[in-house]
Design a protein around this ligand. Structure first.
Ligand code: NAP
Ligand code: GCO
Length: 289
């Protein structure tokens, strides 16, 4: 009987994290590399892939990266076959790539709606479809989807994103149901509100230097009174990709600082001065909003 920590090793596995040039995807890739996996990643444009390659090089992580739009089945299939030839068949897929558009539903165009559904729901379908045949042959595989608070809750202006993330919860359960017999586990990470470029507009310092109203709201809804950090999610990501979770399937594991368990306090009662040094300017990276 080896050491229990051996169950968390990803030694010798090929892990594909989609959209991993920065944000949560980069954090997952860092964690997987430390756990022994070979990392492959894609992003939607070469400048982002190059940015990611630079970042991984700085971290001393050897990776394979290429342009691949997860909504384009031809690009997805080509990415998977190129990886199989150059690195090896994919053992772990993290469907991380995602966008959000914050627009009142009655003002949202069908094009914007479709863009979000395509990336956040159809993309994970196409990527899972591409890797499952090899996983079936190997009788082993891990698929981890990026769900969200919006897999459970709605809020103003995020109708397409919530519909996609709710659908992604059910896609997670269906892949579990259809492929569990091949020793393929499909689970989802359900982050709360995490400080990444995607949520930067919600945290941006106000013109008068005060905290953004949504920042105050989230802190009043979170028992820890803080936003999640990308490193908060790394342990769960490794766990769900490792043999330690072989009998967990079809689950969404929420990692949200307690938001989903807490009715919250009156935002006006929050002592904002405690967090003054945490208030961020807008980051310089492109943000989907
Ligand atoms: P992010 O900072 O916006 O990063 C998303 C990445 O996906 C970016 O590199 C983005 O590239 C890429 N991408 C977008 N569309 C793509 C496509 N069609 N093909 C390939 N790559 C594409 O997001 P994040 O905050 O790290 O979140 C990562 C995932 O976790 C997303 O699915 C998000 O919905 C989910 N999530 C985030 C939070 C949070 O609080 N941050 C909480 C719950 C769930 P571009 O720069 O070109 O868009
Ligand atoms: C928003 C945020 C959230 C987070 C995340 C929460 O506008 O409400 O972007 O949707 O991204 O999904 O779990």
């Amino acid at each position: 009987m080896g050491n229990i920590l051996d169950k968390f090793s990803l030694e010798g596995k090929v892990a594909w994290i989609t959209g991993a040039s920065y944000g949560l995807g980069l954090a997952y890739a860092k964690a997987y590399a430390e756990a022994g996996a070979k990392i492959v990643f894609n992003d939607i444009k070469q400048e982002l892939v190059d940015r990611g390659l630079e970042e991984y090089k700085k971290l001393g992580i050897e990776v394979y990266g290429a342009v691949c739009d997860v909504t384009n089945e031809e690009q997805v299939q080509k990415f998977v076959s190129d990886v199989k030839e150059k690195v090896g068949s994919i053992d772990i897929l993290v469907n991380n790539a995602g966008i959000i558009k914050r627009i009142p539903m009655h003002e949202m165009s069908a094009a914007d709606w479709n863009a979000v559904i395509n990336v956040d729901l159809t993309g994970p379908f196409l990527c899972a479809k591409a890797v499952i045949p090899d996983m079936m042959e190997k009788k082993s595989g891990k698929i981890i989807n990026a769900c969200s608070m919006m897999s459970e809750f709605g809020r103003e202006t995020v109708s397409a994103y919530a519909a996609a993330k709710g659908g992604l919860k059910m896609l997670t359960r269906n892949i579990c149901s259809e492929y569990g017999q091949y020793n393929i586990q499909c689970n989802a990470i359900g982050p709360g509100y995490i400080a990444t470029p995607q949520t930067a507009p919600l945290r941006a310092k106000q013109a008068d230097g005060s905290m953004a109203p949504f920042d105050r709201f989230i802190r009043s809804k979170t028992p820890a009174q803080r936003w999640g950090r990308t490193e908060d999610l790394m342990g769960l990501a490794v766990f769900l990709a490792s043999p330690a979770s072989d009998f967990i399937n079809g689950q969404v594991v929420y990692i949200d600082g307690g938001i989903s368990a807490y009715i919250g306090q009156d935002p006006n009662n929050l002592d904002a001065s405690k967090f003054q040094d945490e208030i961020e300017e807008q980051p310089d990276i492109k943000v989907n909003d």
